[in-house]
Design a protein around this ligand. Structure first.
Ligand code: GAL
Length: 417
């Protein structure tokens, strides 16, 4: 009798332990993936974790580029209630690591051999003081153009191969009474176009001198005046209602044939595929003309905040492991529009734009033409990034002419350092 009771008690205790383990195996994820394409990609992650019994507490903060998400994060951490896992970009990750806020992922990284498969350009943001502090989920790049193929065919417009052809193509769409350039007037979207424009004006050398080295001569150069002139040209092709529009609504204008082109990172492709569109057939993807092999990248990573609870720590490790698995990287990135954050994932499952993205990334890394996106926090710390945003946006909205914008840029970047 006593034996049976003892067995029962042991069973109950075991069940309780399992239950509490299951409950503890949960991550609260702060992210800004709220558009249709982004949500579809996020579901791939949620389902992958659910399959491994890792619970998901959703903490979405809408706003492309993640500025609002970062403001919410700061408030949560300040009030002593950090989420366990946070979508983060570039220098923001390093800033949080310097504050000592992030968990150490060395154990899972060593078990899974991350050192060998994650490209150096990503490790620069995923490691701090030699320790892994985040798990890169993808590589996006910003210097892309998205076009409605039927509209271009109807108007007899060929895919532009240089800046002048691009401007002529925009003009032809405008002349046909359509919106030439779908755009949302938000600082991060203006800055995203600026990434591509900078590359189109002076290639990787100019981009690096101006925005990585922050060389005042490059920032104040005639080439920079030309870059702002090109931004003004682009401004002349947006519609009257562009101000404040979300990026995915601008993508929708190209998807439904209301507009010809959008300059946007390859998360835009997530919107096209989510709408059932096929690259090459319904839409075109090509680099901002004049990019000349350059790729301005940003990588979404999940940084794990230091937590005391062992169950939560375990879930963080499992989430990091899941994110970095080759099969997940393929399944997720084919939906998100990005490319894998590891070099050993086959391109079979990717569509034409994805295959091009993977090839461009590898070639750019090889030839020294891979640069961090200014707009998405991979070129500078937030203070400098925001200073650049302010000038680019003020100019785009007609507050400055190109010469004044250049002067403002030199001063703003200097003050922000
Ligand atoms: C970027 C991010 C992408 C995409 C985009 C628009 O900063 O890296 O994953 O979400 O913002 O929201």
């Amino acid at each position: 009798m006593v034996g049976i009771i003892g067995k029962k008690a042991a069973l109950t205790a075991a069940l309780l332990a399992t239950t509490s383990l299951a409950q503890a195996a949960e991550v609260e994820v702060l992210h800004w993936w709220t558009s249709g394409g982004e949500a579809a990609a996020l579901n791939v992650l949620k389902e992958d974790l659910a399959g491994q019994n890792i619970g998901w507490v959703d903490m979405p903060v809408a706003g492309g580029g993640g500025e609002s998400a970062m403001t919410t994060l700061r408030a949560r951490v300040t009030s002593g209630d950090a989420p366990t896992a946070v979508q983060m970009l570039g220098f923001d990750i390093l800033d949080w690591a310097e504050e000592g806020a992030l968990a150490n992922l060395d154990a899972v990284a060593a078990e899974e051999g991350w050192d060998k498969v994650v490209p150096a350009a990503l490790q620069a943001f995923a490691k701090h003081d030699g320790h892994w502090i985040s798990a890169p989920v993808n590589v996006h790049s910003t210097n892309w153009v998205w076009a409605n193929k039927a509209l271009l065919d109807e108007l007899g417009i060929a895919q532009p191969t240089n800046w002048d052809e691009f401007v002529a193509a925009l003009q032809a769409v405008k002349d046909a009474g359509k919106t030439a350039l779908a755009h949302g007037g938000q600082a991060w979207q203006d800055a995203t176009m600026f990434d591509g424009v900078i590359l189109s004006v002076g290639g990787v050398d100019f981009y690096t001198k101006a925005f990585i080295d922050l060389d005042p001569a490059a920032l104040g150069s005639d080439q920079m005046v030309e870059a702002f002139n090109r931004m003004a040209t682009l401004r002349s092709f947006v519609d009257d209602n562009f101000s404040g529009r979300d990026w995915n609504l601008a993508s929708a204008m190209v998807i439904n044939g209301e507009a010809g082109f959008q300059i946007m990172g390859d998360w835009a492709k997530g919107e096209f595929i989510n709408a059932g569109k096929v690259p090459g057939q319904d839409f075109l993807c090509f680099r901002v003309p004049g990019s000349d092999g350059a790729v301005s990248f940003n990588s979404d990573q999940f940084a794990m905040f230091s937590v005391k609870d062992e169950g939560a720590q375990g879930a963080q490790g499992e989430m990091a492991r899941a994110i970095m698995s080759p099969s997940f990287q393929s399944a997720f990135n084919t939906v998100k529009g990005s490319v894998p954050a590891r070099t050993d994932v086959p391109n079979d499952a990717f569509d034409a734009c994805g295959k091009q993205g993977m090839a461009d990334l590898a070639a750019a890394a090889e030839s020294g033409k891979l640069v961090g996106s200014v707009a998405h926090g991979h070129a500078n710390r937030a203070a400098v990034k925001n200073a650049i945003y302010d000038v680019v946006t003020a100019h785009f909205n007609g507050e400055y002419d190109a010469t004044t914008a250049v002067e403002e840029l030199v001063n703003a970047v200097e003050a922000a350092q």
